[in-house]
Design a binder for this molecule. Sequence first.
Ligand code: DGT
Ligand code: CA
Ligand code: CA
Ligand code: ZN
Length: 592
Amino acid sequence: MRWCEAVKYSEVVARSNDEVAALLQEYADLISITGGDAFRARVYEKAARAVGGHHADVSALDLKGLQEIANVGKSIAQKVLEYFDTGSVSAVEELRAKIPAGVRRLTAIPTLGPKKALTVYEELGISSVEELAEAIQQERLRDLKGFGPKTEENILHGIELLQSSGGRVQLDVAMGLAEDVVGALTEVPGCERCAYAGSLRRVRETIGDIDILAASTKPAPLMRAFTRLPYVTEVIGTGEKKTSVRTTKGLNVDLRVVPPDSWGAALQYFTGSKAHNIRTRERAVHHKLKLSEYGLFDVETGEKIVSETEEEVYARLGLPWIPPTLREDRGEIEAGLRDELPDLVAESDLRGDLHTHTDLTDGLAPLEEMAEAAAARGYAYYAITDHAPDMAMQRMTDERMLAQRARVRELDGTYPTRGRRGGLRLLHGTELNIGPDGEVDWPDDFLAGFDLCVASVHSHFNQTRDALTRRLVRACENPYVNIIGHPTTRILGKRPGIDADLDAVFAACARTGTALEINAHPDRLDLRDEDILRARRHGVRFAVNSDAHAVPHLGNMRYGIGTAQRGWLTPADVINTWPERRLRTFLRKGRS
Ligand code: DGT
Ligand code: CA
Ligand code: CA
Ligand code: ZN
């Protein structure tokens, strides 16, 4: 017992100290990127290292205690306190607002550094690691002042280091690369079919490597084309059946080429998961069949059974086709045998997006552009939910919110959309901050003016389990809170979810008619699949939302839908697939 407690305690220490260290380091980078005082940047950098290595939990220290840490002066100590009080630091937010997030991410490349990051952004407009890798491939960096072929090589190595750390990459990174590879291979003469399989097809939240499958009677041209793709940095191995490469994104890609008559069996095999495959192989044995990566065979005659589609394979096993997002051995085989597979929610079922931002707060695009893009996606309704005043850096006021509402009412129904005859319905909402005690930004009479309220935790992540649970339950009990935004607040690879009793929160959601968000941003995917499965058993409703801060983010819905599918959700479970009237009734939350 004591040992467990000790482990838990040190994890908590590590968590808040790491958070502060990362924030101070980011501030140092931002100072350098924005051309600020190099000496000042170094002061923050040193402080970051000191805090990161501090033996005790910095969130428990006061101003005086903080200043006792090496390299931490009064002004830094004040920023740390501000961070624990409010969840952010206004000085950092101010600099963040000046620099695209992609450029900041460039500084995370070990060999690049802030100065060079700014140069490639200013000179070549590069604002993401992917663009940078591409520019190096095209040898566009070497002509910049202070760069050369050797610098290109170093940076490329840095990108590899960055992206191979942790081994797995985020869903959107893998998806972009896989779609590119599939597109290129489909063009190769003799390619009859090409698709991605593996964890990517199952839409897992992170991807270890990409598995591409092609069907052809002539593998050689496909293998050759594959190894010559521009973002391939190394050919790990190549043969008649399989070729593996490393890419500039630090991600490995396997290509397997199979004869067209075993496409279905191969796709089934390489989609996995391993656990699901073990179960399907059992079914095969039961039917006197053998299922392997080489196809489906009759055990007695050894004859290969033509299986051009997955449907044929599953049918031979006595099963309906099982959607890839369910293939984790979480009961899908049993459900299939009983013919009780869920009718999964699909992206085409979505009628709207219920959590989005504009440039009134930290979004990049004005309301008009976001609404126009939403209409182009065919939505019937669309909610604008900018940040509420307790997040101080957003400088929200009642007046600004009401002025936005007036504009929303003016634009309501004016954007033609496939999804609705009268034009896109605009809902005016907000994203409230759930305070340390579960309170939210505005009094009831002001909240009553919104069509819907999302409420999210944005600060005080390290409260006790009881406090966090009470806080979320209290937010659910607020009659104006309709959706709990990114419920666990995790950031993939950066911040773990908060430690709350989720079952208690799920029960409160079901009891109060509060929906849980499935935040579709690939950095979050929050709730995650396993939590969705649990919440569903409590009878909770869900909202799959983009949390878009810019027009391209609206397209992240595909990742949210994949996650919802992995949680076995049907359209009936997801409020933003419902017709507008039904949605509006839900949003009344039983209020009179
Ligand atoms: P990842 O790459 O870690 O994100 O996850 P997966 O699921 O893509 O795994 P990967 O790339 O190792 O293999 C792709 C699929 O191939 C896997 O989902 C199922 C199949 N597979 C690979 N190795 C085995 C195995 O030893 N047994 C069985 N039954 N299937 C396997
Ligand atoms: Ca894989
Ligand atoms: Ca693989
Ligand atoms: Zn938001």
